[in-house]
Design a protein around this ligand. Structure first.
Ligand SMILES: [Zn+2]
Length: 309
């Protein structure tokens, strides 16, 4: 490594997009809200095309069923297609039986539409949490070989403190790519997440990238609605009013911020990163989701040793 920290080249980041329509159940609405997800997804895919980015695009199953053209377009432009749940509700609200059926159905649909083997699963809202540990073997049984579904720290919404920060393998389950975090004073931030890309200056992202370690798999995520300053406010289900309000902040900045990200070094889709790990025989940590070691790691985190592995 040469040069100062300010000129050192940044590590590569995989770009991911979670394609979802977060309007409340439209069958329950007297005045339906206009659908904006098609237009906004196309806008993001245009942006990716402009930069020649190949991203991982995770699509909600019921949206893919309603708007198959979104999956077809993303696949035809070289993006990896993965499943972002069937109906975008947190995993712990599902029964194992329903969740299994939705994983199978969603994966089959996306494979039909994309012509790809679909290997990646992303939980809605990072809702793969200890209370949903039962879902891990189900994800593998449905045919997914990797997941990027956990926030490996405390979170007011969904998090799993104590998990490794680098890719690991779930015991009897898929490879997991945990959401990248950077430690800022008093808090661990998912600094490559849409909200943070939108709200924070680019130097926070670059600071996080420079603090990352070479064994992390870095991925950013964003959503079509984050690029939409014109959408009327509506609460998002399952995340509460405060987070719903935050989801409306500074959307007019999003495209500019993402352009900066896309101009920095990028890695290929997570499916390719996973294949590379398997092919290289890299020794991944193995995590038993039901083991008590997780609680021990939580305690170590509470002592402030966040980067301790
Ligand atoms: Zn989502």
């Amino acid at each position: 490594m040469t040069g100062t920290s300010s000129t050192r080249s940044l590590p590569e980041v995989t770009v991911t997009l979670d394609v979802e329509d977060l309007r409340p159940d439209q069958s329950l609405q007297e005045a339906a809200l206009p659908e904006r997800v098609v237009e906004m997804t196309n806008r993001v895919l245009d942006l990716f095309g402009e930069y020649g980015v190949r991203a991982s695009v995770y699509v909600v199953g019921e949206l893919a069923e309603r708007r198959p053209e979104l999956v077809r377009r993303a696949a035809s432009e070289g993006h990896e297609i993965g499943l972002h749940s069937w109906s975008h509700v947190p995993i712990p609200t599902r029964t194992p039986e329903t969740f299994a059926e939705e994983c199978r159905r969603g994966r089959a649909l996306l494979q039909d539409l994309s012509g790809q083997e679909v290997t990646g699963y992303r939980a809605p809202m990072m809702s793969l949490v200890p209370a949903a540990a039962w879902a891990i073997p189900v994800i593998a049984e449905a045919g997914f070989t990797y997941s990027s579904s956990v926030l490996p720290g405390p979170s007011p919404l969904f998090g799993w403190p104590g998990l490794p920060r680098q890719p690991f393998r779930w015991l009897n389950g898929p490879i997991e790519f945990p959401c990248p975090l950077v430690r800022m004073p008093g808090i661990d931030l998912p600094y490559l997440g849409g909200t943070y890309l939108r709200l924070l200056p680019s130097f926070v992202r670059r600071h996080g990238l420079r603090r990352s370690t070479s064994d992390e798999a870095l991925w950013a995520y964003c959503h079509p609605w984050e690029f939409d300053p014109d959408e009327d406010f509506h609460p998002h289900e399952h995340i509460g009013m405060l987070a719903s309000r935050v989801a409306w902040l500074r959307r007019s900045r999003m495209e500019r911020q993402v352009r900066r990200l896309l101009a920095d070094p990028l890695a290929g889709p997570l499916g390719e990163v996973a294949s590379g790990l398997v092919a290289s025989d890299a020794p991944l940590p193995v995590v038993d989701p039901t083991a008590s070691t997780t609680a021990g790691r939580v305690a170590r985190w509470a002592d402030g040793r966040l980067r301790d592995r």
